[in-house]
Design a protein around this ligand. Sequence first.
Ligand code: DAT
Length: 178
Amino acid sequence: MSPVRTMKGPNILITGTPGVGKSTLAQQLSEHSGLEWINVGDLAKDNNYFDGYDDERDCPVLDEDKVLDELEDKIAEGGNIIDYHGCDFFPERFFDIVFVLRTNNTLLYDRLAARGYQGKKLEDNVECEIMAVLRDEAKESYEEQIVHELESNTFEDMENNLQRILAWITAWKRENGC
Ligand code: DAT
């Protein structure tokens, strides 16, 4: 059971493999709902919340404790959209609902190549999506009934996802009196 929040709104996690469209959707959701969008990758970059470098994955290692310390008060206030390609280190109590975006591997390959990913990094991320690693991580980390998979292949999918989540936020606010 998520704690009763009488304040700003629900806390939503948008997760999925890099390139599936988390930031694009989260930004639009924030604009339309007034909830605060927090891109954990940017938060870490801005504050140097890193702890070394992962040569194999070719990316800095997130200092999860520092990120959690930073998020704790915001989550307690409610009304956040957290955007990150991982979720097993967030406490279960953080989120009222979790959305996992999913993208067809050919489309994802093209999006990541356009972003400049290549070689092993590109292949690893596409394989991560094919193997549904983030979907399984979300299902293992949160109660199954709050985890929802959403297709994110086309701009029509994005619009549908936006409207669906906005409707959910409106219903949540009505039910929780805010
Ligand atoms: P992420 O935050 O998951 O890494 P993004 O929001 O930066 O992904 O999107 C990656 C690219 O894909 C970007 O150029 C926008 C595009 N995109 C995102 N969602 C899409 C969708 N549903 N349909 C088509 N293109 C999409």
